[in-house]
Structures are given as structure tokens and as C-alpha cells.
Design a protein around this ligand. Structure first.
Ligand SMILES: Cc1ncc(C[n+]2csc(CCOP(=O)(O)OP(=O)(O)O)c2C)c(N)n1
Ligand SMILES: [Mg+2]
Length: 577
């Protein structure tokens, strides 16, 4: 409320609406469109009124992924504020990642003023207001959101915010987009005209369980199966689902596999954990569970047995946002895996007899007996340290595994070295692995910052390819780490460029001209590749290692830096492409 305005501005109502939605953080990159919000925040602060905390992110790529990291760890949707079309365009790639990962984030952008001559407060007063006005700002992000809107009037501010919040939180979760015209934010409304919309009556719609008959039929099939398997990627986004999966796998002797996991779905120490190779999962399976997964295998390389019965339980089984999908299933059920698998387990308990229980226990015991050999194979893969300038990623990741605790969080953007990360850094606790289901590189810095903000007591280890590090807007990442004391530990796997691009060429043209010439246009090799200095420029501890023997001490120094509150970047020269 300013002297000239007897009532609070829409921007002030907007901040109150965010608080009513339980939004505690605003991940922001601001501009001329946000003037009334900035003013209202100052007024709120002066009056001691509650408002979300502002986290300034010098690049939108960081803001959008930081919000996503926080949402991934807490399960609570977050809000990002960016500048008109320019900020929206910068955030759009991140929005692709959030959409594919089903992370709930409300992206908001201001709109250029629509009045030119001072007709209303907030009217155009700057050159850029003419060039940043476009017909269809939503078109920049429409493929990546499930709801978009423009705030039409301050009087509905809280209704629109609640709607955005409830839609993004409803299953399957996804980002939403809201634009805020500058004059609308500036207009004032008496408090009694701006109604409140409580979650109790306007809140999200969550996926539930499955029909009891379906649960019973699945239980019967699992009890009859000789070789039941499950494949998942994102079931572990709900920690409760991890316990439900483990209990069902133990009760029914189900081998659980992952393909492209973006969460910790089952403890890697569980006897039921079957690894990351879908070819091994499908071979000989008689009953298969597809649980919260978008791509269970690559059909060009993996063909399941025709005789396998596939049961698909997923918060999003239709995959409506995939133009083609193409995985044949016999039973398709939409539901929350934590609830559905608990229902199936209860049916199993009701149906199983002593003979069933003994058979399952025997199957699990056989896997239990394989655990030492599995550990030995993992250690063997990590033993050879590699050479100077060509350090083995498995060796490095095994050392990192020793340096962190089971509750620390690993953010994986290791691309072609993801196998080493997933195999050597043994995750056993729900919520300790964050990957990204999208294909937009440069997500891990922001995700790591968001995870650190959400769980300050955990170390957050970001493992990122050199190419992906370039995409992550690293100066912005370490600027945020410094400004807000969010000490993340980044390990850059520098293999001299884009292994993924080289591998892609070789898959399609294995003995073509590019292979013969060894020219894949994938090498990034200037004379200096000092990723650690980028971070040092913004107050982080930075080290580079080319010599395998120097790794343990370097890792220890980085961990010590992180533990005293300073971000750290370890730039490791791994086997080059
Ligand atoms: C924003 C974006 N641009 C380009 C690509 C295409 N792309 C996929 S993987 C890759 C290389 C990644 O390099 P790096 O992070 O070093 O991992 P590596 O392949 O070396 O393991 C590129 C350029 C992409 N996925 N996203
Ligand atoms: Mg690389």
C-alpha cells in the first residue's frame, strides 16, 4: 500500500497468495516487469508480514533447476520468477527437463506493459517494453507445461495462484506457466475483494491405489511366477514407494531392475536388486512389472519374450505426452506405486501359503548368496586407477563412494559415465539419488543447489560431464553457492568433450568415414580446460587432478571445504574420447 494507493497492490496480494499456498521460496531472475513485486516485497518486509524468501539466480537455467532440485527432495512444488519472453526462453530448456521428470514448478514471467502513454500505473517507460511484447509468450513453453494462463485481474490473484499450485501438484505432476502483466501487478484492490482459496477445498488431486480385484490378480500372478521381474526408473521419487517395492520384492522373489534411474528406487544392497541392464531383466521373465517408468528398454536392442505377461503400474501409464510410446503390456493401471504395491503385498499375504513363502525365501536366499560376488565385481571394476590424464571413472567414483555417507545426495549428470556413477556410488537410502528424465544438458548445478537448500545437513555431490558443465551456467551456479552459502561438491568428468556424440555416430555408422577419420566433431580441446578456476572466481575451492594417485587427497580437501561451508569443484581428467 503506497501513499497514493489506499489499498494493497495486486503484487502484494500475490505475495500473500504465495504464502497461503505454502510457498517459502522464490527462485528469481528479475527485470523491469517485476517492479511492483519488488516494491510489495519491501513493504511486506517493513511491516514484518510473511513472504517467500528470494533466491536470486544470475541465470534462469540455475533458477529453474534449483527449484526442481528443491521440489525433487521435498516433494513440494516451487516457484520461479523470470523476466518476460527473454527469461522464459532461457528457462525453457529447463522446463523441458522438469516436464519429463514430472517435477512441479510454477514458472512465472512478467508481461510487457500493454498501455503506452501512462494510462495506468506500470505503463511503458522503457524501450524494451516495445520489443519484449509478443503475441503468444506461452508458445515458448507450451509443450512443457500442463497449464498456462495470464493473470487477468488482481481481483482473482489468489484464485489463479491456488489453481496453478493445485494443477502442478496433481498427478502426474508437471510444470505450469503463469504470466503477470505489469499494469495488473500495479493495480490495487481492497483486501476484502481478493478472496482466499484454501487447499482443503481447492487442493491437488493425487493418484490413489488400484482396484482390489486388480491387486489380487497381480498377487496371484506373482505367486505363480517362476521368474518375476520389475523395471523402474522414477518410483523412488516417493520414498514410501521404495519400502513398498522392497517388501513386495522380498515377499514374491521379484528381481528389480532399473533403466535410466532418476531416483533411488531400491537399495543397491538389496538381494533383489538386479542391476541396470534391461536385457538381463527381460530374458526369461514370465511376469514383468513396469513400475513408474517411461522407457523400460530400447526396442531396437531388447526384445522381451512373447510369453512374458507385463503389468504396468504408473502414475502416468498413458504417456500422453509421448507422441509414440510402443511398449506392449497386458495390464495397464494408473496409480501411486507406494499405495498400489502395498495393496498387492496385502493380497500376497492373504493368498500365500507356507510352500509359497518357502519358495520365495529360497529364491531371495540365492540372490543373497550372490551379494559378495556382486561386490567383488564392483570392486574389481574400480581397481585399475587408469593413467595420468586418463583416470578411470569407475576408480574415481569408488573413491567418491568412500568419501560420502549413505545419506548424502548424488546428482548425476555424468552422461556416458553414468554407469560408473550408478554402479560405484552405492545408494541405499531413498532420496539420495537425483537424475533427470529430460535431455537438456546443464541441469545438475541447479539441481544440486536446490537439493542442498532443501537438505542442508546432507552433502550434495554433483557429478557432471565436461560438456554438461559448460551448459550448466557455472558462473551462476557458484555465484549462488557463494551468495547463499550452499556448499555443493562438483566433480567434473573431463573426457575432452562429447563422448555421447561420438558414440551416437558409431551406433549408426560403425565403420563409416567419421570412424575411419576419427573425426566426430566431439572434441573440446583448447589448451586450457580449467573448470575449477570458473568456480574459484566465485569463491569456491577448486582443484584439478590428472594423476590417479593424487585423487584421494584431492577428494578429501574438497570434502573438507564443503564441510566448512565452501563449494568445491574437482576437475578430473578421465579417460578421453
Ligand atoms: C542443451 C543440450 N544441447 C545439446 C545436447 C546434445 N548432447 C547430448 S550428450 C552431449 C555431450 C555431453 O558431453 P559431456 O557432458 O561431456 O558427457 P560425455 O558425452 O562426454 O559423457 C551433447 C552435446 C543436449 N542433450 N542438450
Ligand atoms: Mg565429456
Amino acid at each position: 500500500m503506497t501513499n497514493s494507493q489506499p489499498h494493497p497492490s495486486t503484487a502484494a496480494h500475490f505475495i500473500d497468495g504465495l504464502v497461503e499456498c505454502g510457498i517459502g521460496h522464490l527462485f528469481c531472475n528479475l527485470g523491469t516487469d517485476h517492479v511492483s513485486l519488488i516494491e510489495a516485497m519491501a513493504e511486506h518486509a517493513r511491516r514484518g508480514q510473511p513472504q517467500p524468501r528470494v533466491w536470486l539466480c544470475p541465470h534462469e537455467n540455475v533458477a529453474i533447476h534449483m527449484a526442481a532440485g528443491y521440489a525433487a527432495v521435498t516433494g513440494r512444488g516451487q516457484v520461479v520468477l523470470v523476466h518476460v519472453d527473454a527469461g522464459t526462453a532461457n528457462a525453457a530448456m529447463g522446463l523441458h527437463n522438469l516436464f519429463r521428470s514430472r517435477w512441479p514448478v510454477l514458472l512465472m514471467a512478467g508481461r510487457s506493459p500493454f498501455t503506452l502513454r501512462g494510462e495506468l500505473a506500470g505503463s511503458r517507460d522503457n524501450y524494451i517494453h516495445f520489443v519484449q511484447d509478443l503475441f503468444d509468450i506461452g508458445s515458448l513453453v507450451r509443450p512443457y507445461v500442463k497449464w498456462e494462463y495470464t493473470l487477468p485481474s488482481g481481483v482473482v490473484t489468489k484464485e489463479v495462484l491456488r489453481r496453478a499450485h493445485s494443477v502442478m501438484h496433481s498427478d502426474p505432476q508437471a510444470p505450469v506457466f503463469l504470466t503477470l502483466p505489469r499494469e495488473t501487478l500495479a493495480e490495487s484492490w481492497p483486501a476484502e475483494r481478493v478472496a482466499t482459496f484454501p487447499a482443503a477445498r481447492y487442493g491437488a488431486v493425487r493418484a490413489g491405489g488400484i482396484a482390489p480385484d486388480d491387486a489380487r490378480r497381480i498377487a496371484e500372478r506373482l505367486l505363480r511366477a517362476q521368474r518375476p521381474v520389475a523395471i523402474t526408473s522414477y518410483l523412488g521419487r516417493r520414498p514410501e514407494a521404495v519400502a513398498a517395492l522392497e517388501a513386495l520384492a522380498l515377499a514374491c522373489g521379484v528381481r528389480v531392475h532399473e533403466f535410466m534411474p532418476i531416483a533411488m528406487n531400491l537399495s543397491r544392497e538389496s538381494p533383489c536388486f538386479g542391476g541396470l541392464d534391461p536385457a538381463r531383466a527381460v530374458a526369461g521373465a514370465d511376469v514383468g512389472l513396469l513400475l513408474d517408468i517411461d522407457v523400460p528398454w530400447l526396442p531396437q536392442f531388447v526384445q522381451p519374450d512373447a510369453a512374458t505377461a507385463w503389468i504396468h503400474i504408473d502414475v502416468d501409464p498413458l504417456k500422453q505426452d509421448f507422441p509414440v510410446w510402443g511398449f506392449a503390456t497386458d495390464v495397464r493401471l494408473q496409480g501411486d506405486c507406494a499405495t498400489a504395491l502395498t495393496q498387492v503385498l496385502e493380497a500376497v499375504h492373504a493368498l500365500a501359503d507356507d510352500a509359497d513363502r518357502a519358495r520365495m525365501a529360497q529364491r531371495v536366499a540365492a540372490w543373497e548368496a550372490e551379494l559378495p560376488a556382486r561386490r567383488a565385481a564392483r570392486e574389481a571394476a574400480a581397481r585399475a586407477p587408469g593413467a595420468v590424464g586418463a583416470i578411470s571413472p569407475h576408480h574415481l567414483c569408488a573413491l567418491l563412494n568412500q568419501a560420502i555417507t549413505r545419506d548424502d545426495i548424488v546428482v548425476n549428470e555424468a552422461i556416458r559415465n553414468s554407469g560408473a556413477v550408478l554402479q560405484q556410488i552405492v545408494r541405499t537410502q531413498p532420496g539420495t539419488l537425483i537424475g533427470c528424465a529430460g535431455g537438456g544438458l546443464g541441469f545438475s548445478g541447479g539441481l544440486a543447489l536446490g537439493a542442498k537448500l532443501a537438505r542442508p545437513g546432507a552433502r550434495v555431490l554433483q557429478i557432471v560431464g565436461d560438456g554438461s558443465f559448460h551448459f550448466s551456467a557455472p558462473t551462476a551456479v557458484y555465484a549462488v553457492a557463494q551468495q547463499y552459502a550452499l556448499p555443493i561438491f562438483t566433480v567434473v568428468l573431463d573426457n575432452g568433450g562429447w563422448q555421447a556424440v561420438k558414440d551416437a555416430v558409431l551406433r549408426v555408422h560403425p565403420s563409416g568415414e567419421a570412424a575411419r577419420a576419427d573425426e566426430f566433431h566431439a572434441k573440446l580441446r583448447g589448451e586450457q580446460r580449467r573448470f575449477e578456476l570458473v568456480a574459484q572466481a566465485f569463491g569456491a575451492h577448486g582443484e584439478a587432478v590428472r594423476e590417479p594417485a593424487e585423487l584421494p587427497a584431492a577428494i578429501a580437501r574438497c570434502v573438507a571445504a564443503v564441510d566448512r561451508g565452501q563449494a568445491a569443484v574437482l576437475n578430473v581428467a578421465v579417460s578421453p574420447l
